[in-house]
Write a protein that binds this ligand. Structure first.
Ligand code: GLU
Length: 579
């Protein structure tokens, strides 16, 4: 199957909800969604559509994701009724150790680490696409990447979000001529409404496809990535102190996208599948759901619901921070964190009349005892608001929930010269020093290790069949947003798109929950603040999480649902609309 530019890029109007037959795609971008739909229309399945949509997002949403980054791919296979996942997380170089982000025993300032060669992990996204297509797709890598290559070559219309994301990064983008030339033509961000072309990226996509990725994992592109990391291509006139990194071609050549068992939580008779470690998404959303299973969330008043929601994630983040890291490097109690017995032992901490004081201490999932805690509790608030989530479904009933990222908005700020894509700064998701002296920290850097993520691409099954799938961008708030969407859809009477649109609050075991201004405007926010002494931090984020999702209706139609407003609004479409 060959998709031509003409049939691949007929972008429909940007709408947040679409209903119909034949399959569905929801992403943050109109061109990317249109490409996914075109793939479905030409006989591709949900996996093909997900890869093609992701490749297009690498073109139009390049500050959130791309071939220089990584992500987690969750797939429901209709034929077997099973859920599979791929861990496409970036990895640290073989020379990394616990002190990787320290100088003379002192952790680097976070911002210095972000814009550095040190922060770059081996990109996992291209390998994820290849592995997913080989295992479950109908298209070749070449076919799946072709429409995005054409989009990069022909160009797309710059919108406000694209321009704003460049403006947010002007200082560091200016420091690298390769980034400056691409994203600050004439010294400033491209105008809204202008056409943006990225022929270097188009050529990179073609080379990746033509070489079946060898160029990146064992060839010319790989060598150029390594050179960019080891000798950051900085303008000598820039005052930025940009540390080089240690990634080698051997690190790249060793990379694999790892098939892992999904995380699974049972919630009110539904099965909630998501990403297991090294992402903390599945275990943390799952533990919070198990905690909330002990309350009847459907029957709670809006105030009591929000209180319990906030407390459930406050507690599950305490456990996440203590126990979750790369399971291939140390033992992670995935099963225990997801056990109902453990959740019960944690739920008993919730006071119906009062907010807990953070940091709450973790529990011991190996030995759960009611209300018992162990060791000190930690708060980690370094996460950004970047990343992108897409969701696809097809006529056969397959579903993909896929979250991908280059970590911070704009990654590490370096476009690989002549290649048209930004590198990730994913390794800054490691803790730079142990959270507490003497307490094992599962998320310290290590050789070939994958940093802990929060990405939570989720698929919810009812009687073994897809009910809905969702996921979100937003650093560690991915977890709270995904949970809020799940609860909104299952318990609070919202449609999927309404659940995605709800005002957000995110409590991650910090003194104050982070909230959107719209959340503060809710009457319940006042009550929560007074009755529960629950403080709010409205300054940190104007927007939390532009989620997307798909839902299967009993009559076989699909609903595609995207964020209506945040990040300029997403794009939902189906193959054959039928309201
Ligand atoms: N690096 C983050 C994670 O894996 C995502 C980046 C972000 O959304 O800011 O959890």
């Amino acid at each position: 199957m060959v998709l031509t530019g003409a049939n691949a890029v007929a972008a429909p109007a940007k709408v947040p909800e679409a209903i119909g037959y034949g399959g569905a795609v929801a992403s943050i971008d109109q061109d990317a969604t249109a490409i996914g739909i075109s793939v479905l229309r030409h006989g591709g399945n949900a996996v093909d559509a997900a890869v093609a949509t992701a490749a297009a997002l690498g073109v139009t949403d390049p500050f959130s994701n791309g071939v220089g980054g990584g992500g987690f791919f969750v797939f429901y296979e209709a034929r077997t009724g099973k859920v599979y996942t791929l861990d496409g997380r970036e990895t640290a170089p073989a020379t990394a150790d616990e002190k990787y982000f320290q100088e003379n025993g002192v952790p680097l300032p976070f911002a210095d680490a972000v814009t550095s060669g040190l922060s770059v992990g081996v990109p996992g996204t291209p390998k994820t696409w290849q592995t997913a297509l080989q295992k479950w797709g109908r298209l070749s890598l070449k076919e799946a990447m072709k429409p995005a290559e054409q989009l990069a070559r022909k160009g797309f219309t710059v919108d406000q979000t694209f321009q704003t994301q460049i403006s947010n990064n002007i200082a560091r983008f200016s420091a690298f001529p390769s980034t400056r030339e691409l994203y600050l033509p004439g010294g400033k961000p491209p105008a809204v409404g202008s056409t943006f072309r990225n022929p270097d990226l188009a050529n990179t996509y073609r080379e990746l496809a033509d070489t079946n990725l060898r160029s990146l994992y064992n060839g010319a592109i790989g060598r150029e990535i390594v050179k960019t990391v080891q000798q950051p291509p900085k303008d000598p006139a820039s005052p930025l102190n940009v540390r080089p990194g240690r990634l080698t071609l051997q690190d790249l050549s060793r990379y694999q996208a790892i098939p892992r068992d999904p995380s699974k939580a049972s919630y009110r008779g539904l099965d909630v599948y998501s990403m297991a470690p090294p992402s903390s998404g599945g275990t943390t959303v799952g533990e919070a759901l198990n905690i909330l299973e002990t309350k009847d969330v459907r029957k709670l008043s809006q105030v009591d619901y929000l209180h319990n929601f906030l407390e459930s994630t406050r507690i599950s983040f305490a456990d996440r921070n203590r126990w979750v890291g790369d399971p291939d490097v140390q033992a992670v109690p995935t099963k225990q964190l997801l056990s109902q017995k453990f959740a019960n032992s944690r739920a008993c901490l919730i006071d119906p009349n009062k907010a807990l004081t953070s940091p709450v201490a973790p529990g011991d999932p190996y030995n759960p005892k009611p209300c018992a805690t162990t060791g000190p509790g930690g708060t980690i608030l370094n996460d950004g608001m970047s990343t992108t989530h897409l969701t696809t479904a097809d006529a056969w009933g397959n579903v993909v929930s896929y979250t991908l990222t280059i970590e911070q908005e704009g990654g590490n700020g370096m476009v690989v010269p002549g290649r048209g894509f930004l590198l990730n700064n994913e390794l800054t998701d490691f803790n730079f020093a142990p959270l507490f002296p003497g307490v094992p920290d599962p998320n310290l850097p290590g050789a070939g290790k994958r940093p802990r993520s929060s990405m939570a691409p989720t698929i919810v099954l009812r009687n073994g069949k897809p009910f809905f799938a969702t996921g979100s961008p937003g650093g560690a708030s991915i977890i709270t947003t995904t949970l809020q969407v799940i609860l909104g859809r299952i318990d609070r009477g919202f449609s999927l798109v309404q659940a995605i649109a709800q005002p957000r609050a995110s409590q991650r075991n910090s003194a104050l929950a982070q909230v959107e201004p719209a959340f503060l405007a809710l009457p319940e926010a006042d009550v929560l603040a007074k009755q529960y002494g629950q403080g709010f931090n409205a300054a940190a984020a104007a927007e939390i999480g532009a989620a997307t999702g798909v839902e299967r209706l009993p009559d076989g139609r699909w609903i595609a649902a995207a964020e209506p407003v945040r990040r300029g609004g997403g794009s939902a479409a189906v193959v054959f609309p039928a309201r």
